[in-house]
Structure formats: structure tokens, C-alpha cells
Design a protein around this ligand. Structure first.
Ligand code: KG4
Ligand code: ZN
Length: 354
């Protein structure tokens, strides 16, 4: 059985072919980062036009890399929510057309469920119950999962996503888009204690996240401490930029660890799952590993190319749905904003031991 996955929710046009084992036969990602670099973030109109240009060649390349063709496909999986509406529509419309013309079923996938299945693709089914942190450019969500494909919301961001904070801080000091990889690299060379930044907690005692405060604090810091602008790419960065990167990264990780630790104390998960672009972060991976391994809880995350947006994770998420025959009809639509789950887990408020 062969399934074609398609992903176009943000600034990556991606296609992948998987068997139902699952085995990844191909995974192609056409990234738009150079297009958006100088804007310091994704420009939605440019992104959808680029998807339109890329989707056919990317799908063809995925088929070719997998040594197959359209006629061998049994299913198509596509991201239908959430994301940039113009970008999503390119993938959904293309996938609908392909499903109709090939006469094969179409399976709609929630982007965040895709990120969760990237971890299964890497490690196989993980121990449940699992506490799952998805941190990317558009999302910062913590869910509790007692069994596969069942999610209860523990916390979400009330404003910016963690990756968005990385991207905005990088833009502020002139490091371009995306901010995560470059700040991650510079953080390793800086002093995390150089600039103390606030760890946000909500006044109502919930585990919800907020990253707009840290972004504003960095903005003020840059003005007050007269932090110089970043050097052009490829050149050595000033010590102040390295220290800022280290201090910012330390605070983001401390905030995420604070929430996951408090949730874990209450929910006793058997695994901690990290996914989404920010889960590529070396500091985040190291700190989560050392903290939870000391408590005997495995921390699992995918390889970097499956952590950021890709279509292999979308096809992987569709496999159990394909087995159950859960397919979309021709009325499938795209949704810019749609939560992964509407079910919230009830936690005592305030949480004990926090
Ligand atoms: O999952 P993803 O590819 O797209 C969304 O679903 O949003 O995540 C992209 C985000 C960007 O904000 C990027 O700056 C961030 O992930 N990112 C990182 C790292 N690599 C990518 N953030 C922190 N550290 C990294 N190493
Ligand atoms: Zn994503």
C-alpha cells in the first residue's frame, strides 16, 4: 500500500511517499526561507504563490525518488488545518483534484497531529500516557494523550508561539528569518546569565504559555543596553548578540520546562514527546533529556528533517485513518485556525508542587 502525503500549511511545500509499515520511500521539501528571509517572517501572499509554483514539481519528485508513479498510489493525505489559509488551500485543492482524477481516497490531516506522528515515524509507538509538547512557528501547545490519536489540551500559548518569538527576536537584531536555527547556534557561544529575562506565568495559575512579554523585554533590552545590530551572515557576531541569544534561549527553554514539569508531576506520563520546529533546538533537547531521564521518563523527538514541516509526518498520521476508512469527500475545506482538540484536561488550580 502506498500513500502520498502533501503539506503546504506555512512556507514549506512538501510531498512524501510512505508504505503502510510505515517506511518512508521519499520525502521532498521545497523551503521558502530565502524568499522570506529579508522580511523577517513569512509573507502570506508570497507563500501561496510559491506553493502554487512548487506543488507539482515537488509531488513529481517525491514519486520519482520513491521509484513509483501516480498509478501505484492507494491514498492521498493532506494538511487541511491550521495554517495560512492561502497556503493550505493550494495543498488541499491540489490533493482534491488528484484524488478525484486517480479515483483514490483523500485523508485530511491536522498539522499538529502530523507533528505528533513524526515522533512515531522515528521511534515507533511511544509509551502512553504521553505528554506532548508541540512548539513551532505557529503553535505552542501541550497535550496529554492516554492513547493514540486521542488528545486532551493541557496548555496553549495565549499570544505568540515559541518559534514566532525566536523569529521576532532574530528580526529585531537583524539576524533574518527563520530565527530559531541562528539563535540556537549563537546561544551556544554566549552567556545565558548576561541578560536576565522574565519567565511568564499566568495570573490564573493555569499552565498556558505566553511569549509576547519576553519579546517586549528583549526589545527594551536592545534599546536600553544599546545592543549593536547583528553582523552580516557569515561574519563573527558581537558578544552582546551571542549573550542575548543565550539569555533569550535560556528563558524560552526554562518557560517550556516549567510547564511540562508541572504538568508531568500531576499527570505522571510514561513519555515526553517533543515536536515542531523549535524541538530542533539543541538546548531544549539537552535540558529536557537530562531533566526527565533523571526521573526515568523517556524524552522522544524526531530527527531534525522530520521535526520541522514535512509531508512524511502527514502521510504517517493518515495511516490509522486509512485503515479505518476515514476519508474526506469532495467538500473538504481548509481552515486557518482549528484546535487539535476541544477537550481540556482538568488540572487542580493552582497546581500543587509548583
Ligand atoms: O514546524 P515548523 O517547520 O513550522 C510550523 O509549523 O510553524 O517550525 C518552524 C519554526 C520557526 O519559527 C523556526 O524559527 C523554529 O521553528 N526553529 C527553531 C529551530 N529550528 C527551527 N527554533 C529554535 N531552535 C531551532 N534550532
Ligand atoms: Zn509545523
Amino acid at each position: 500500500m502506498l500513500i502520498l502525503g502533501i503539506e503546504s500549511s506555512c512556507d514549506e511545500t512538501a510531498a512524501a511517499v510512505l508504505t503502510d509499515e510505515p517506511r518512508v520511500l521519499s520525502s521532498v521539501v521545497a523551503s521558502q526561507v530565502t524568499l522570506h528571509h529579508s522580511y523577517g517572517g513569512v509573507v502570506p501572499e508570497l507563500a501561496s504563490r510559491e506553493h502554487l509554483k512548487n506543488i507539482r514539481p515537488v509531488v513529481r519528485q517525491a514519486l520519482e525518488d520513491a521509484g513509483t508513479d501516480f498509478s501505484q498510489l492507494n491514498y492521498i493525505a493532506v494538511t487541511y488545518a491550521p495554517g495560512l489559509i492561502g497556503s493550505l488551500l493550494v495543498g488541499v485543492t491540489y490533493a482534491k483534484g488528484l484524488s478525484y482524477s486517480l479515483g483514490i481516497p483523500l485523508i485530511p490531516i491536522h498539522h499538529l497531529e502530523g507533528h505528533i506522528f513524526a515522533v512515531e515515524l522515528e521511534h515507533g509507538p511511544f509509551p502512553y500516557p504521553a505528554l506532548i509538547l508541540i512548539v513551532s512557528g505557529g503553535h505552542s501547545t501541550l497535550v496529554f494523550s492516554e492513547r493514540r490519536e486521542h488528545y486532551l489540551l493541557v496548555a496553549r500559548t495565549r499570544d505568540d508561539a515559541a518559534g514566532e518569538a525566536y523569529d521576532k527576536v532574530a528580526k529585531l537584531v537583524g539576524l533574518g528569518y527563520p530565527g530559531g536555527p541562528v539563535l540556537d547556534r549563537l546561544a551556544a557561544e554566549g552567556d545565558a546569565k548576561a541578560y536576565p529575562l522574565p519567565i511568564a506565568r499566568t495570573s490564573d495559575g493555569s499552565l498556558d504559555l505566553s511569549f509576547s512579554g519576553i519579546k517586549t523585554a528583549v526589545m527594551r533590552l536592545v534599546q536600553e543596553q544599546k545592543i549593536p545590530a547583528a553582523s552580516p551572515p557569515g561574519q563573527e557576531q558581537p558578544a552582546e548578540i551571542k549573550n542575548l541569544a543565550a539569555s533569550f534561549q535560556y528563558t524560552v527553554i526554562a518557560t517550556l520546562l516549567d510547564r511540562v514539569k508541572r504538568a508531568a508531576r500531576h499527570l505522571s506520563p510514561r513519555s515526553i514527546i517533543l515536536s515542531g520546529g523549535v524541538a530542533c533546538n539543541r538546548g531544549l533537547r539537552e535540558i529536557f533529556l537530562s531533566h526527565f531521564q533523571a526521573e526515568g521518563i523517556p524524552v522522544l523527538y524526531p530527527r531534525p528533517s522530520w521535526t520541522t514541516d514535512n509531508a512524511a509526518m502527514i502521510a504517517a498520521a493518515a495511516l490509522p485513518k486509512a485503515r479505518r476508512g476515514e476519508c474526506a469527500d469532495s467538500g473538504l475545506n481548509a481552515f486557518a485556525s482549528l484546535p487539535l482538540t476541544r477537550e481540556k484536561i482538568a488540572l487542580p488550580n493552582p497546581l500543587k508542587n509548583n
